[in-house]
Design a protein around this ligand. Structure first.
Ligand SMILES: Nc1ncnc2c1ncn2[C@@H]1O[C@H](COP(=O)(O)OP(=O)(O)OP(=O)(O)O)[C@@H](O)[C@H]1O
Ligand SMILES: [Mg+2]
Length: 388
């Protein structure tokens, strides 16, 4: 069993100094673009696979970047410190078998779904889809001696399709031979699903549906590879997922968390997200909200998080955006400016301007927005004062 307890990052990528604690179940890291969410995952991943190249010393720092990490492994607590200069040295030893062996052992219980927006070589595109489909075909349908555990995982993999969308059911995996121009042959696999529109290949489903499934099937595949075909429900390692909500419709974002809890109930999940919809269904102790404070990255744990037994269930998306995710306002910049002008006109008693701005606001607001009523009351009381 592997658990990450805490991490303390210094001068690494954009992070000057940041300490975070993690709980044993789901951890959702949120915060604005560039605050360092991916860097946190990269530091964790680099602690277990030293060939990860995504972490560098902060350009403003005169010291090498470093981080301390505390993790529990098979009942013992381990505390390690990594310096980026040491990691570079280890990279130079890439042909040293001892290091490579050590890396493989250490990363066995860690699954990393990272995103690289600048290239298309991430889990959601191209080859990875072929890879997962071929794995289904090879592992399950061409294995004549299917072990109990593999059979059990096959059933779980099939159930994932329906858990995500109750109208969709796994149908079959078929083999397809691809003849290339150079005369070589490649065997590809196609998963077929029964849908309300008939039996269609997995490739034809929406990108949101596919990316959810690629995470779920990717976890099953990875636990089989690293944990010796153990039942995926028993996986007790750590799963890192960058941008959990990428490509997903809000309804599926919340579902994905539920399905993850069902798929790997014993795993620790550390994920980054930009989605208030995911936060809305999360428990308060599952959310790690980062915000910039005094030019440094600091954890924002006490910010507006009341101790509520109902977590964020009664919070609107707007309130989550503002008080958890640190967004100043969910109104557009243009609208926020007009509101500010309106406030100024009110304090200046500039009745003509108030009337013009109110008309403007009235036209811009959602038809049922309560702000209209509030502003109207404000104007009426102002006119009463004015008339007096
Ligand atoms: N070596 C470095 N020195 C200083 N700043 C760096 C360095 N490398 C990256 N950064 C900064 O770190 C930030 C990127 O951090 P990271 O990718 O972890 O953010 P993020 O929270 O994941 O953002 P997003 O939400 O856009 O994915 C950028 O603002 C970048 O300018
Ligand atoms: Mg990121």
């Amino acid at each position: 069993m592997l658990r990450i307890n805490w991490i303390d990052i210094n001068n690494t990528n954009g992070i000057e100094n940041l300490s975070l604690e993690f709980n044993n179940g789901i951890n959702l890291i949120c915060g604005e673009n560039g605050i360092g969410k991916t860097t946190i995952l990269d530091c964790i991943a680099s602690s277990f696979n030293r060939h990860n190249k995504n972490v560098r010393t902060n350009v403003n720092s005169s010291h090498d970047g470093n981080w301390g990490i505390s993790y529990s492994k098979n009942e013992s607590n381990i505390h390690e410190i990594f310096s980026l200069s040491d990691l570079e040295t280890v990279d130079n030893y890439q042909y040293n078998r001892k290091f490579r062996f050590e890396n493989r052992i250490k990363s066995k219980e860690l699954i990393n779904f990272s995103i690289n927006r600048t290239s298309l070589t991430n889990i959601f595109y191209g080859n990875q889809l072929d890879y997962i489909q071929s794995w289904m075909l090879e592992n399950y349908y061409k294995d004549n001696n299917l072990s109990n555990k593999k059979f059990y995982n096959l059933k779980i993999a099939q159930e994932c399709f329906t858990r995500l969308d109750s109208r969709i059911k796994f149908s079959k995996v078929t083999e397809r031979v691809l003849e290339t121009n150079k005369g070589t042959r490649r065997i590809l696999a196609d998963i077929y699903l029964e849908t309300p529109n008939g039996e269609i290949p997995f490739n034809f489903l929406s990108s949101g549906y596919r990316s959810c499934l690629l995470i779920l099937l990717g976890i099953i595949r990875q636990t089989e590879v690293t944990s010796g075909f153990r039942d995926v429900h028993l996986f007790e390692g750590v799963i890192l997922i960058d941008e959990l909500d990428l490509h997903l419709h809000p309804e599926w974002q919340a579902k994905l968390i539920e399905i993850l809890k069902w798929l790997v109930p014993r795993a620790q999940v550390i994920a980054t997200t930009h989605s208030p919809h995911i936060i809305q269904t999360a428990k308060q102790n599952e959310v790690i909200a980062l915000s910039f404070l005094n030019n440094k990255n600091k954890m924002n744990s006490e910010n507006a998080f009341m101790d509520s037994k109902y977590d964020f269930q009664g919070w609107t998306i707007e309130e989550i955006l503002k008080d958890v995710m640190g967004m100043e306002s969910s109104y557009s910049k243009n609208f926020s400016c007009i509101l500010k002008e309106f406030d100024k006109a009110v304090s200046d008693f500039d009745i003509e301007k108030i009337k013009i701005l109110y008309k403007n606001i009235d036209e811009m607001l959602h038809p049922h927005n309560h702000l209209r009523k509030i502003l109207k009351i404000q104007i009426t009381s102002l006119l009463e004062v004015y008339d007096d």
